[in-house]
Design a protein around this ligand. Structure first.
Ligand code: FAD
Ligand code: NAP
Length: 531
């Protein structure tokens, strides 16, 4: 008690000589210290919360928790890729995910716009000389990322979240050991832990993959031009990378093991593929990579087999092979067994409150078993955990009807059920699908292809026809679907959609004009559409 009073009085002395802002900070710390030392149930911890992982979910959780007076530390550590690429605070989305991807997608769209602009009267002296400068592009992208890294650090400091640049692992459920960047070590004793370690890309188990291949972790800062590129994998990342690389001028092929965009509406997925093929991306379907060899001239000889048939092998020589074959959660370094945390297929399962099988340990984001791997999902869930732990909130994370967009050259946005999932849940007779092809006004002048501009709403057939899923392929799909996602969450029906007056001329208004059902057999193609 005497020691406590001494601590309190020395802090108060410090307060008197401090600036107003500083005084406020010390007073808050004093309040926290007091709360901790007088804890009534005998529990006493150094921290209220330690978050392992400073990405989308972890940072959101930490910043929310301090609002309620919790003492919080966030650990973040990035192991370099086999090529040596590494990055700063902020996790996947900021450094090697959503943000650089969206910027490169934008670079690709601008290339198209430069081309279109001539039809609109812009005079470009030597159009054939218009080309991307890869070094400038990566520099600009990386400069933006570095500024976000910096702002994130400042934000943590301002909010009094302790940032520790180190790799964390469990000693037991309440003690997290950290190996800091400078190789010193410390143990953090904490009441709660949130695991927000995210994931990293997989490499296939074939000769040369790790030695000569790259992944999305490398592409956004690659020091040389990618040149002719073979992308392996036809999920989000494969299609997005293939799309922007083609858009900025490189030859691109995609190896598709089975289907395009597994889990998405397959009619839409096939249209995405066709729209990319129309722009020159080559697809090798049923193809699995076999080997990568480096030739004397530095180029890569890649071999792949079709349909697991060893006598049906094809090969090509490329400058870059990019693996986008899925990701694994970063659980292996964390010694989860010491805390008693169960792992299912390399991921962590949680209850409705995001709690693991261990009472004081929660998990969020890409590490979760069978949850969408998306930044806003991780952020929402992270904030909800903080409110649950430190503000008695009963709110639970809603993983249903999460909207998403694939930033392929012609974007595909969707929310709710795919047509096939709606049919399997409700039966074909109970589902009505409204669909249409449409023609964006701005595509006419430069005579851009409108062949794959398509949308559909999947609804229940009865009554006012509650909408179960909305799918849009076309420009700005992410922007459009975001608004309709709120409508779908609010229970929008086809009756409401038809009663909604459109904004003309936009592409989003096409949803308000959906009249043709698939069942009717009427051709949804406008007369002059696809000629
Ligand atoms: P992360 O953001 O991955 O953060 C985890 C952090 O924890 C990392 O920094 C990691 O190094 C660190 N860490 C791991 N283990 C430890 C440890 N033991 N100790 C200390 N630190 C540790 N989502 C979208 O919503 N929209 C998009 O457009 C989009 N595009 C994407 C594009 C690409 C190429 C990729 C790869 C992903 C994309 N995503 C997108 C997905 C999105 O990036 C992730 O869903 C999101 O980042 C997950 O957040 P998280 O907090 O779970 O983990
Ligand atoms: P993914 O969506 O799971 O796709 C992986 C692809 O690789 C699939 O086409 C898969 O084929 C193929 N594949 C798997 N193993 C293979 C192998 N050994 N050889 C050849 N092909 C193989 O994974 P991802 O594209 O890496 O993306 C990971 C997650 O990041 C996504 O789930 C998503 O949530 C998130 N993300 C989101 C966005 C966005 O919001 N715009 C963008 C990028 C990433 P099969 O279908 O045959 O299995």
């Amino acid at each position: 008690m005497i020691v406590l009073n001494l601590v309190k009085s020395s802090l108060l002395v410090a307060c008197r000589s401090a600036t107003n802002q500083y005084r406020h900070n010390i007073t808050s710390n004093l309040r926290l210290t007091t709360v901790r030392l007088f804890s009534s149930n005998g529990e006493s911890y150094e921290y209220d919360l330690v978050v392992i992982g400073g990405g989308s979910g972890g940072l959101a959780c930490a910043k929310e928790a301090v609002q309620f007076g919790a003492k919080v530390a966030v650990l973040d550590f990035v192991k370099p890729t086999p090529l040596g690429t590494k990055w700063g605070l902020g996790g996947t989305c900021v450094n090697v995910g959503c943000i650089p991807k969206k910027l490169m997608h934008q670079a690709s769209l601008l290339g198209e716009a430069i081309h279109d602009s001539q039809a609109y009267g812009w005079e470009i002296e030597k159009p054939e000389n218009v080309k991307i400068n890869w070094t400038k592009l990566t520099e600009s992208v990386q400069n933006h990322i570095k500024s976000v890294n910096w702002v994130t650090r400042v934000d943590l400091r301002d909010k009094k979240v302790e940032y520790i640049n180190g790799l964390g692992y469990f000693k037991d459920p309440h003690n997290v050991h950290v190996v800091l960047k400078n190789k010193t070590e410390r143990t953090l004793n904490t009441k709660y832990v949130v695991i927000a370690c995210g994931g990293r890309p997989n490499y296939p188990d074939i000769p040369g993959a790790v030695e000569f291949g790259i992944t999305s972790d490398d592409i956004f800062s690659l020091e040389r031009e990618p040149g002719k590129t073979l992308v392996v994998g036809a999920g989000y990342i494969g299609l997005e990378c293939a799309g922007f690389l083609k858009g900025i001028g490189y030859d691109v092929s995609v190896l598709v093991r089975s289907i395009i965009l597994r889990g998405f509406d397959q009619q839409m997925a096939e249209l995405v593929k066709a729209s990319m093929a129309e722009k020159g991306v080559e697809f090798q379907v049923g193809a699995k990579p076999l080997s990568v060899e480096k030739q004397d001239n530095g180029k890569l000889l890649v071999k792949w087999a079709f349909n697991d048939n060893p006598s049906d092998v094809k090969q090509d020589v490329v400058d870059t092979i990019l693996f986008a074959i899925g990701r694994h959660a970063l659980v292996e370094d964390m010694q989860l067994d010491r805390a008693g945390i169960k792992v299912i297929n390399g991921k962590i399962d949680v209850d409705v409150n995001s709690k693991t099988n261990v009472d004081n340990i929660y998990a969020v984001g890409d590490v979760l078993y069978k949850k969408p791997e998306l930044t806003p999902v991780a952020i929402n869930a992270g904030r909800i955990i903080a409110r649950h732990l430190f503000n008695n909130s009963k709110e639970v994370m809603d993983y249903e009807d999460v909207a998403t967009t694939v930033f392929s050259p012609l974007e595909y946005g969707s929310v709710g059920l795919s047509e096939e999932n709606a049919i399997s849940r409700h039966g074909e007779d109970n589902i009505e699908v409204y669909h249409a092809y449409y023609k964006p006004t701005e595509f006419f002048v430069p005579q851009r292809s409108v062949r794959y501009c398509y949308l559909k709403a999947v609804a229940l057939r009865e009554g006012d026809q509650k909408i179960l899923g909305m799918h849009f392929l076309g420009p700005a799909a992410g922007e459009i679907i975001q608004g309709f996602a709120a409508a779908l969450k609010s229970g929008i029906t086809m009756k409401i959609l038809k009663n909604t007056v459109g904004i003309h001329p936009t592409v989003a208004e096409e949803f308000t004009r959906l009249l043709i059902t698939k069942r009717s057999g009427v051709d949804p193609t406008p007369a002059t559409c696809c000629s």
